[in-house]
Each structure stands twice: as C-alpha cells, then as structure tokens.
Design a protein around this ligand. Structure first.
Ligand code: AMP
Length: 394
C-alpha cells in the first residue's frame, strides 16, 4: 500500500494551522497558517518544499481559508488525501482516545464547551467547515486532554466539594497530551527502553508550558488543570497564583472577573514579569544586555519549572529520564541548565557541551555521565495527530 496522506488542522478563533503529513516522511509536504480570519486583512501563508507563498483573503472565514487550501492540499498530496485529523482542545471526561467524527461525537464536543469556552467553539467551527468541504473523507478528532484521562483520582480531584466535580466537571484535566505522549514514546525509543515499561518526567515548554509524569506510556499527573492556566509560568499566562488573588484584586482595585481573566491569561507570565516580551528568545537577548525584568522572568520561570518537576516525581516509581520539548525546551540551553541547577536532589546534572549543541530541532541526550538521563526530544503534534487519524481509518 502506498504511504498515506493526512491533513492535520488546528483551528483557533481567528486562525487555522495546518500540515499535510505523509506517514512515510518526517517533513511535511505542505504546512502553513491562515490568520486574522474574519478581518479585512485575513491571510493564508503556506510552505511547500523550500518555497513559501501567501494569499490575501479579505474578510475570509474558516471556510474560505479551507476552500483556498483545498487545491494546494490536493496538489501536494498528488490527489491522494486519505483523511483529516482535527486537534480539539477539550474532550472532558468523555474522550479518552481519538475518535472518528460523527454526529454523536460532534454533540459530545459541543457539550464540553462550558469547560473550554474559547477553544472548543473555534475547533468546532473548523470541523464543520472541513466536513462541508471534504464530505467524502474520514475526519478524526484528537483531544489535548485525552492522554491525561489515566490520572488517578487523587491527582485529578481538587480539594473542593464533590458536587462541583460530579455536577459541573470541576476537576483537573491537563492539556498538551498529544505532545507529552509523542515525546515520551520517542524518548523511550531513543533510550532503548520499552515505552510500556518506563517512567518519564516531561517538560513541554512553548508559549504554553506544562509538565507531565508518564509511567508505562500513561499520564499519571500533569501541571495544567481545569484550564490551561494552572501550573507553570508561561508566555503570557501566570500559572499558579494564590486562588484568593481574584478576591483581592476585586476588593482593592475594583477589577471585574473579565479584567482579572485577561490579566492572568494574556498579560502575565514571562510578559508580565519582564514587562518586555512573552518570547523567551527576546528575553535571553535582553538579559544578556542587562535587562533586569528579563533576568527575573527567566529566574522565576526556571525555578517554578523545577518545583513542578520535583512535584511530578511523586507520581513516578523510578526515574528513567527527564525530557525537554517545545520551542523553549528544544532551543534554550540556558533554561535547561538553570532549571536543573534547582534539581540536584534528584541527582540531575547536565553535560555542558551536549546541552549547548542540542538545539534547533535536534534530539539527543544532554545529561552528565553517571547522572539520570536528560533528553531533548523535538515534539511533533501534527505527526501524532496524523498517526492517530490513520489508526482509526481501518
Ligand atoms: P512554541 O510555542 O513551541 O513554538 O515555542 C515558542 C517559544 O519558544 C517562544 O518563547 C520562543 O521564544 C521560544 N524559542 C524558540 N526558539 C528559541 C531559542 N533559540 N532560544 C530560546 N527560546 C526559543
């Protein structure tokens, strides 16, 4: 059977990220981004082979963008597209694995909207547009939360009244599941271990950041919770703060819930701490030039990450290794070394040279000889979504 092609789609409220994945090739045949959808300056960017191109689609919506994409995808796939994989942020407790899309699955995704009021409606918008444009292809939904449905109850329950959990789904769900699953499997392969018999700490550090404890291929704890705001310091999200902060800001400053939501999700994290940027690369440059805000943002980021990894170690029977992934995890020797400096109690230590050279999409071991494994493993959520989609085509 010739190698099959899957189009992977990730829809935000005004954007679509896409990649055409061929099961036999690690490079994407076509990838790109439609952004500012619904606005007068909506635009579609794509990359095929080494060539980049873009097309203005003034006031175009998700459907317009996908319609423009259709001939590009057909050409790049040589007319042979086998299915579409959709990233869906929140699957609640309903979805423990990827699912073929049908009316019942669509309805269950809709029922999860109260848990993800920003993300799931955007994901559904993309799914509905794609179903209309590609009615004869199989469509599969792959959920960010599904991998974490193996968390034990003591890890997913908040210390709140049971009725809030039973009647309103207030519990920890976790996100970035597709990435944590992909890199923990790749990490086991790189280490020559069976994924079904190995224990990992994973740090996914991108614009959003989370840690995960993966035991025998299953998630046992993770730092994000009911929403992706819980846990680590992120690009613009605060991560953990005192839950009384809401009341404090309302009383002292008279702030509304919406204002506090915006503060915690869009104005905090690296951006809030530094007063400069949400982008780690820019902060590293600013720190090197003596910017005090950039320096403290990086210190807080790394210390909080180390604390979270130490906490995740409670869920492991033993440690086969720590995996760094995501834009920061894959590219920042500084963040990796500062984080590990706080984790000497776990006996973690880096090889300075291996740490410095393992950047730019390279996978490899960066620990010092005689210390527990530390791996850099580039994530590839699109490929994992394509593999999950292919697995459901039979
Ligand atoms: P992602 O969301 O996975 O694309 O990751 C985005 C984050 O990775 C941003 O904070 C980037 O600044 C960061 N990043 C990408 N390249 C580098 C680099 N060479 N050094 C430090 N941070 C980087």
């Amino acid at each position: 059977m010739p190698a099959r092609n899957i189009l992977v789609i990730n829809c935000g409220s005004s954007s679509i990220k896409f990649a055409l994945v061929n099961e036999a090739h690690s490079q994407f045949a076509l990838s790109g981004l439609a952004e500012r959808l619904g606005h007068h300056d909506a635009v579609l960017h794509w990359q095929r082979g080494g060539e980049r191109d873009s097309l203005m689609i003034p006031s175009g919506d998700h459907r317009t963008a996908l319609a423009q994409l259709l001939p590009l995808v057909q050409a790049a796939a040589g007319g042979k597209l086998h299915g579409i994989g959709h990233r869906v942020v929140h699957g609640g407790e309903h979805f423990t694995t990827a699912r073929r899309l049908d009316p019942a699955v669509m309805q269950a995704i809709r029922a999860t909207i109260p848990l993800a009021p920003l993300h799931n409606p955007a994901n559904l918008q993309g799914i509905e547009a794609a179903l209309k444009l590609f009615p004869d292809l199989p469509h599969v939904a792959v959920f960010d939360t599904a991998f974490h449905q193996t968390l034990p109850e003591h890890a997913y329950r908040y210390a709140l009244a049971e009725s809030l959990y039973r009647e309103h789904g207030v519990r920890r769900y976790g996100f970035h599941g597709t990435s944590h699953r992909f890199v923990s499997q790749r990490g086991a392969e790189l280490a020559g271990l069976s994924v079904g018999d190995s224990s990992w700490l994973v740090a996914h550090l991108g614009n959003g950041c989370s840690t995960c404890a993966v035991v025998n291929g299953q998630s046992r704890d993770t730092s994000m919770g009911l929403t992706p705001l819980e846990g680590l310091v992120m690009g613009t999200r605060s991560g953990d703060v005192d839950p009384n902060l809401h009341g404090h800001l309302a009383r002292v400053l008279g702030w509304s819930l919406e204002r506090i939501d915006t503060l915690l999700n869009k104005e905090s994290g690296l951006l809030g701490l530094s007063g400069l940027s949400n982008d780690m690369r820019s902060l590293e440059q600013a720190r090197a030039q003596g910017h005090a805000g950039a320096a403290i943002a990086i210190e807080v980021f790394c210390y909080r990450l180390a604390k979270s990894l130490a906490a995740m170690s409670c869920a492991l029977p033993h440690l086969d290794g720590l995996i760094f992934t995501g834009g920061i995890g894959e590219n920042s020797p500084l963040v990796r070394s500062k984080t590990l400096a706080h984790l000497s109690l776990l006996n973690l230590a880096l090889d300075k040279h291996a740490n410095a050279r393992t950047i730019g999409g390279v996978a490899g071991a960066i620990h010092a000889p005689g210390h527990p494994r530390v791996l850099v493993v580039p994530t590839n959520e699109e490929r994992q979504i394509a593999l999950d989609t292919l697995a459901l085509l039979h």
